[in-house]
Structures are given as C-alpha cells and as structure tokens.
Write a protein that binds this ligand. Sequence first.
Ligand code: SF4
Length: 178
Amino acid sequence: MKIMVSACLAGENCKYNGGNNRNEKVLQLMADHEVITVCPEQMGGLPTPRVPAEIVDGVVTAKDGRIVDGEFRAGAARCLEIARREKPDLIVLQSRSPSCGVKQRYDGTFTGTLVDGAGVTAQLLMQNGFRCLDVEELVGIHEGIVIEKLRLEEKELLKFFLYREAENPGWQVRWRET
Ligand code: SF4
C-alpha cells in the first residue's frame, strides 16, 4: 500500500512554529508501507518557522494580516501533482490545519474556534478523487484494510447489530467501548 502523509506527522520540523506533530501511528505506517511525505506550506514557498495562518472568508491570511493564499494554493497544487504521479492508495493528513485539515479547520478569527471544512490542500486532493483521512480518524491498517474510528451513528448501528446477533443461540458477542 502506498500512503502520502503530512510531513509533520512523520516528525519533520515543518510546522509553523518550527516543531512537528510526530505521530506513532504514522511512524508505524512508515515501517510497514511505502510512504511519501509532503508539507504543502513549505512546498508553496513559505519559510519555517512562519506566522500561523487561517482561512479568512476563503482567503488564507497570516495572523499578521499578510495574504498567503497564493503560497498555500501553490503548495496544494504541488501536492496534487505529486499525488497524481505517485497514485497513493490513502492520504493521511494533520487535523485542523488550514492546509492539511480534512474535517475541520479554524474559522479565520484566530480565536481557536473550529468550523467544519477542509484546508486548501485536503480540499483540492479530495476534489480530485483522492482518499484523505484525518490522522485522528485513523485506527490502523490491517492486511491492506484501512480501519477508521467509528462515528457515533455507526457505533450505534454496530451495537444494535451485535446485540441482535447476541440473541442468537451459539453467539458470544461482547461490546467493548473504546
Ligand atoms: S502544512 Fe501540513 S504538513 Fe506542513 S506543517 Fe502544516 S499540517 Fe504539517
């Protein structure tokens, strides 16, 4: 399986503050799979460290007011180019980033408020048909099958199924909360 990941998850110090988001699950993926690391913000020409940015009314803007939309979108385009060339089976991205966020991002007020929606790179990759997963949703990969965290309604459905099956003689099903 070929997997593309946010470089900061692999421990690269490419985060806005010069640090990383090293993630044990991603390191495990790197041991077992072919992994390509990308940092769209650096690839768009931004330095590290850099002023943090958020998407303000659709335009990526740094906290000091500088418009960095061009750099962010150039980085996103570069990631798409790499994804098209490498054809990863899965892309695992850092949560809540204005570039890499898959499900949520900050709302553009620099107050730590989250809104639903993706960062510019995740959005572009998903629009082009690539399977992107927020790293917080990843449980693991077992024999080529990607295991994601269950959503609440999926948990309820699974519980219902397990309880129903448990009523059948011969079945021994136990539900374990995670
Ligand atoms: S752009 Fe993505 S890979 Fe780069 S530091 Fe931010 S979250 Fe990590």
